[in-house]
Design a protein around this ligand. Structure first.
Ligand code: FAD
Ligand code: FES
Length: 286
């Protein structure tokens, strides 16, 4: 991806990318692995930050933003987790391995991973929120020595609804990052991890986080934020160090169309990562 906009004559330029792998993550969400067709563009695949997103386009269908789920530390390809919800994603799901889509980006602020070096990090995700935070998790695994304690708390409705479940079970087993997984309920009877909403996992980390030197990164369904933030504030987390990625309808991704603006803030430029301090001033964001 090209993060230095000056490298492009036209910042809206789409680049053709091939689907080199895909698989179903759940009944409605699919993993995609992509590689740029042009070798010059492919050299820049790793020029992004965890938490940034890309605009996909399919001629004759339209465009849609999706969070990058891979890590820039593994720059040979881009990975995404995409839920089928409407016309664009319907068309995308008809594509197979070897087919192409256009991609432009990366867009948004993403997470400032350098700023978090030396700190404790608590990552909390629910549902589709695992997609952007997987980028952070893989990045942290690759640069683990630069960070202090890292905890990952992830929840889903049932085991079959957990995105990247195999990846996260493997992450749990690797123990590079302390990983705790939970489901609201377990109709399978085969789930060997926690059962309960994601906040029930906080008892695993209570008293073990250096709250004065810690960041929390959250992404999940709107209802999750309220309860997770309550737990973090009770742990005395600084509001500025609670970071969350938020989605709004976007069109250009570059601060031109005004589609994503609220109270003069362009969520495509100033977000999608905001801190809780921002959130309190712009309650409409969630
Ligand atoms: C910064 C950003 C990152 C995103 N990352 C991902 C991702 O990693 N994976 C993923 O599956 N989706 C992600 N989305 C949402 C994705 O862009 C939309 O689901 C997609 O645009 C829907 O297009 P469609 O034409 O298939 O559906 P549409 O026909 O446009 O919509 C179908 C349904 O989905 C709802 N919908 C559409 N767009 C959004 C949206 N932005 N937020 C919430 N609901 C929406 C509509 O209200 C409608 O109910 C992201 C959105 C943003 C803004
Ligand atoms: S999406 Fe166009 S200004 Fe943000």
């Amino acid at each position: 991806m090209i993060s230095d906009r000056s490298k492009l004559e036209n910042p809206y330029e789409d680049h053709l990318a091939t689907i080199i792998d895909y698989r179903d993550l759940t009944s409605d969400t699919r993993y995609y692995k992509l590689k740029f067709v042009d070798p010059e563009i492919q050299k820049h695949t790793g020029d992004y930050r965890p938490g940034q997103f890309a605009m996909f386009s399919i001629p004759g269908v339209g465009e849609a933003p999706f969070s990058i789920s891979s890590t820039p530390t593994r720059p040979a390809f881009l990975e995404f987790g995409i839920r089928k919800v409407g016309s664009f994603t319907d068309a995308l799901f008809k594509k197979k391995e070897g087919d192409t889509v256009y991609i432009r980006g990366p867009y948004g602020n993403g997470f400032d991973m350098e700023r978090m070096e030396g700190k404790d990090i608590v990552i909390v995700s629910g549902g589709l929120g695992a997609v952007p935070l997987r980028s952070v998790l893989l990045y942290l695994e690759d640069k683990r020595e630069l960070y202090n304690n890292v905890f990952f708390l992830n929840g889903a409705r049932t085991p079959d609804d957990m995105l990247f479940k195999e990846d996260f079970l493997a992450m749990h087993a690797r123990e590079i990052i302390e990983t705790h997984l939970t489901v609201d309920k377990d109709p399978t009877g085969e789930w060997n991890h926690n059962v309960g909403v994601v906040t029930t996992l906080f008892e695993k980390i209570n008293g073990r986080v250096d709250n004065d030197n810690a960041y929390a990164l959250i992404c999940g369904p709107p209802v999750m934020y309220k309860f997770v933030i309550k737990e973090l504030l009770e742990m005395d987390f600084s509001k500025k160090n609670i970071l969350m990625t938020l989605e709004r309808r976007m069109k250009c991704g570059q601060g031109h169309c005004g589609h994503c603006a609220i109270h003069g803030v362009y969520t495509c430029l100033d977000g999608p990562v905001f801190n809780f301090w921002d959130y309190e001033r712009m309650v409409e964001l969630i």
